[in-house]
Design a binder for this molecule. Structure first.
Ligand code: MG
Length: 377
């Protein structure tokens, strides 16, 4: 459907395969393939299975966790990278690691942790936390801390969704902050949007929170496929017609991303990594028409799903659990496990407690909260 674009094949990655601690080449695995393996074998990656994406397990075991969301992003990202002639292993590694820094309880958990840290003049940022995980908290090797990932993967972890200024983040100076990241990293944010927009429609309907007719009226990108599928499959169950529409919506977003990115690469006459880095703006993008439809769908999900009264109970609980434990442990860091308590002198209690909480799964933090509140009675 989308012929391999000409002029889109992008460049060799040279220095991006460098590691902080040099390692001899592997006999049959390339550097980004090794990174993908290291990410999949990381403890933080396994914990994604126990972290909420949008719905807690109270709703259904069928719904996405952060791990299955991550796998959906990886699957779509590989498709896009292959169609654009990009490095599939780098892209897949970045997709697999893109949410590794998320705390328990989805975005509510992230906001609660950020709010708690602000009282100490600090912030929580899941991209920066992901970098701390792969550089510091994962300990698998005798010779160094962290996973010793390539520069390309570490840069992508930081820059897949936003840019950071060197003035605010001098510690990130080695990551080309005044330049665009490679296309493989640029894609991840857009693919993440495609994956969660479509998945959240799916789970939102299954949960009975979104209504079909309301979505058809409010989301053109959905209705433009639902209506023809209803005509094509007049006797089919509603959910199957819905599925047919949703997969076409996903394909439309992916196809548009591939074509528009290719168009921009062609228009900018870009053929080297250096040119991608120095382009005036990121080149991976949706077309303006699709961007408008995507925003409409996203705003719809915010209004009808992410802020739905049905999810309010979970949001309040997440906020209460994170805020209570954060302040209790900051006030008395001796309650932390010894390994974390030992970091307090160097990092300060608020950052250490935030790191500790951010690593937790939903069920683990709930059990710690239950312990804490029972001990308080
Ligand atoms: Mg994501």
């Amino acid at each position: 459907m989308h012929p391999l674009p000409s002029g889109c094949a992008v460049p060799d990655h040279g220095d991006l395969t460098k590691r902080e601690h040099p390692e001899p080449p592997h006999p049959y695995r390339l550097p980004f393939d090794r990174d993908r393996g290291r990410i999949i074998h990381a403890r933080a990656f396994r914990r994604l299975a126990g972290k909420t994406q949008v719905f807690t397990h109270r709703y259904s075991d069928h719904f996405r966790s952060r791990l299955t969301h991550t796998m959906e992003v990886a699957q779509i990202a590989r498709t896009v990278a292959a169609a654009l002639g990009l490095n599939e292993s780098l892209t897949e590694s970045l997709a697999l690691v893109h949410d590794i820094g998320h705390p328990p309880f989805g975005h509510t958990g992230e906001k609660a942790l950020d709010r708690a840290l602000r009282r100490y003049g600090l912030r929580f940022d899941h991209n920066l936390h992901a970098l701390r995980i792969v550089e510091h908290f994962e300990t698998r090797y005798a010779e160094f801390r962290g996973l010793n990932l390539t520069l390309g993967v570490r840069e992508g972890i930081i820059k897949h969704s936003r840019d950071y200024s060197a003035a605010e983040h001098p510690e990130l100076a080695g990551y080309f902050l005044d330049q665009r990241p490679p296309l493989e990293a640029q894609l991840i944010d857009m693919v993440d949007e495609i994956a969660y927009l479509t998945a959240d429609f799916d789970d939102g309907f299954e949960a009975g929170i979104l209504s079909l007719n309301d979505a058809r009226a409010g989301v053109r990108l959905f209705e433009q496929f639902y209506s023809p599928m209803q005509e094509k499959y007049p006797g089919a169950r509603e959910k199957l017609v819905f599925n047919e529409a949703l997969k076409r919506m996903l394909n439309a977003l992916v196809g548009d991303l591939i074509e528009e990115t290719c168009r921009r690469v062609d228009a900018a006459h870009v053929s080297t990594l250096e040119a991608i880095r120095n382009a005036a703006e990121r080149l991976a993008a949706f077309s303006p028409a699709m961007e408008e439809l995507r925003l409409e769908a996203k705003n719809y999900l915010y209004a009808r799903l992410y802020h739905a009264p049905e999810l309010e109970h979970d949001h309040q609980e997440a906020e209460r659990v994170i805020t209570t434990l954060f302040h209790a442990w900051v006030e008395d860091p001796a309650l932390l496990p010894p390994g974390h308590a030992a970091e307090v002198v160097a990092e300060g209690a608020p950052r250490v407690v935030a790191d500790y909480i951010a690593g937790m799964t939903d069920s683990y933090i709930l059990s710690r909260y239950a312990e804490f509140t029972s001990g308080r009675d």
